[in-house]
Design a protein around this ligand. Structure first.
Ligand code: C2O
Length: 555
């Protein structure tokens, strides 16, 4: 294992897409940001310097941060933001993980432009549990807004109106040829015939689950959220924001007389407004010259080949989505076991959904005198003005957060009994759940889908969890648990809570610190669909959170 040093300079850069230029926040002037590459076991040290007017913090999405919670990054949860002119060094060791993850800004909506791939290779001389690919290519999905995203979210929070939708989706920052004024900004995947490529797919979009497909090519899924899965073939994938998926692409055996598009567009069950456009990229075949000449030249294909486009599921194809997620299973082999907690110490039932603020004294300015909120157990999380982790570590939680989440009695939701608007009013509070070290936790998340149906990609910091069950309608606490998969459930860090349904997860609380959990649809996070877990120290020295680094930013 080695230490890998990175310097991330947060600076403005003018970028043009769709014939529209704007100055955006970037890392090192790059959009998308630089790739981090490391091996399992490596120590990664990233010095972040803020040279823009906005406060910033960065999050290493999916990295477990064992005993390094100070490096996790969500603003006001594990740290105060890095202010203009200041620096912070994120220092963590990658323990027991290998695969594709990503990093992104974790404050306001800055992750719309501040994000990049993280590739964690296996330890040296440890092979993949699948055929060695000829090449590996990260493809990070994003969203491009012509408008300034900070202005969009500020307005959405003040007026309660839905935010402007994006103007395009992107592959590695490029919208592609299906948008106006965009064909020169097209992602090109150059391949040779008869080879296997590993595509590292990352959904860094702000607000939409995405279907992805490549015309006339089938894909083999081998990994989700940096955990190997039992390989399976599919023409189309579904990836929610916050999820990553590795697939093997086997190219056609001989040079094809055609050009193929890859494309992504949303899976959206809601009636609300969303960007229903399609990003496309091109798969370009190159023939290596067959001569034994020592000069290797790529011969481009002849121009004007017929163009094939992939067929993507309908925007609201929930049966595809359900079927796809049920196919994801852990490898569960002796080398890569699925350590699913077989028994449970702490059980939780959380409702997740959209709601409204009560708005005392008619203070709300939104449509019809309401203001959008989103909540867990009808608690809409209020961001504190100092970091939760600091408050916890120094025993100064008073006035920062309370530990009575879920509220007492916990909010019970029932599709057959609850009707709006009575069950949509939220409390605005900063509440956490405290867990003893090594608690085996089961959490059922029930979607309430009353104000606009939408599935919620719930992301948990600091842990991977096992998705032991999912279903539609009300969760039945007698009938459903016996059907849980405790053998080979998929292990991941982000799961879609199906619209009109529920999902059950289990995890071992073996990581002391404060861990954020939130919907990875940025607009829902902004409206309060978030909470935090406090995991106490264990007794042994290696079960305790060390003190903060001396350069930890102050609020
Ligand atoms: Cu990818 Cu809390 O984030």
């Amino acid at each position: 294992a080695v230490t890998r040093h990175y310097k991330f300079d947060i600076r403005m850069k003018s970028v043009t897409r769709l014939c529209h230029s704007k100055s955006i926040v970037t890392v090192n002037g790059k959009f998308p940001g630089p790739k981090i590459i490391a091996r399992e076991g490596d120590n990664v040290v990233i010095k972040v310097t803020n040279n823009v007017q906005n406060n910033i913090s960065l999050h290493w999405h999916g990295i477990r941060q064992l005993q390094s919670g100070w490096a996790d990054g969500p603003a006001y949860v594990t740290q105060c933001p890095i202010q203009t002119g200041q620096s912070y060094v994120y220092n963590f060791t990658i323990t027991g993980q290998r695969g594709t993850l990503f990093w992104h800004a974790h404050i306001s909506w800055l992750r719309s432009t501040v994000y990049g791939p993280m590739v964690i290779l296996p330890k040296r001389n440890v092979p993949y549990p699948f055929p060695k690919p000829h090449k590996e290519i990260p493809i990070i999905f994003g969203e491009w807004f012509n408008a300034d995203t900070e202005a969009i979210i500020n307005q959405a929070l003040q007026t309660g109106g839905g935010p402007n939708v994006s103007d395009a989706y992107t592959f590695n920052g490029l919208p592609g040829p299906l948008y106006n004024c965009s064909s020169k900004d097209t992602f090109k995947l150059s391949v040779e015939p008869g080879k296997t490529y590993l595509l590292r797919l990352i959904n860094a979009a702000l607000n939409d689950d995405l279907f992805f497909s490549i015309a006339n090519h089938s894909l083999t899924v081998v990994e989700a959220d940096a955990v190997y899965v039992k390989p399976f073939q599919t023409d189309t994938l579904l990836i929610t924001p916050g999820q990553t998926t590795n697939v093997l692409l086997r190219t056609q055996p001989t040079f094809p007389n055609a050009t193929f598009l890859m494309a992504a567009r949303p899976y959206a069950t809601g009636l609300g407004t969303f960007d229903n456009s399609t990003v496309a990229g091109v798969v370009e075949y190159y023939k290596q010259p067959s001569s034994s000449s020592s000069i290797s030249v790529n011969i481009p294909p002849p121009k004007k080949l017929p163009l094939f486009k992939p067929t993507l599921p309908a925007l609201n194809d929930t049966s595809f989505a359900t079927n796809f997620s049920s196919r994801l299973r852990s490898l569960a082999t002796p080398q890569f076991p699925a350590n699913v907690p077989q028994t449970v110490d702490k059980r939780f039932f959380f409702t997740v959904g959209l709601g409204t603020n009560p708005c005392p004294g008619n203070a709300c300015q939104g449509p019809n005198g309401t203001k959008f909120a989103a909540s867990i157990n009808n608690v809409s999380f209020v961001q504190p003005t100092t970091a939760l982790l600091q408050a916890h570590f120094f025993g100064q939680s008073k006035g920062v957060y309370t530990t009575d989440f879920p509220s007492n009695p916990p909010f019970q939701f029932d599709y057959t009994g609850n009707i709006p608007p009575n069950n949509t009013m939220v409390d605005n509070e900063t509440k956490v759940v405290v867990l003893p070290f090594n608690a085996r936790v089961e959490l059922v998340m029930q979607d309430t889908s009353i104000l606009g149906a939408e599935s919620h990609p719930l992301h948990l910091h600091g842990f991977n969890f096992f998705v032991v069950g999912q279903g539609f309608g009300n969760f039945d606490k007698k009938k459903d648990p016996p059907k849980f998969n405790l053998v080979d459930p998929v292990e991941r860090n982000t799961v879609g809570v199906p619209s009109g349904g529920w999902v059950a997860i289990r995890f071992l609380a073996d990581n002391p610190g404060v861990w954020f959990m939130h919907c990875h649809l940025e607009v829902h996070t902004s409206w309060g669909l978030k909470m935090a877990w406090v995991v106490l120290d264990g007794k042994l020295p290696n079960q305790k959170l060390p003190p903060p680094p001396s350069d930890l930013p102050k609020c």
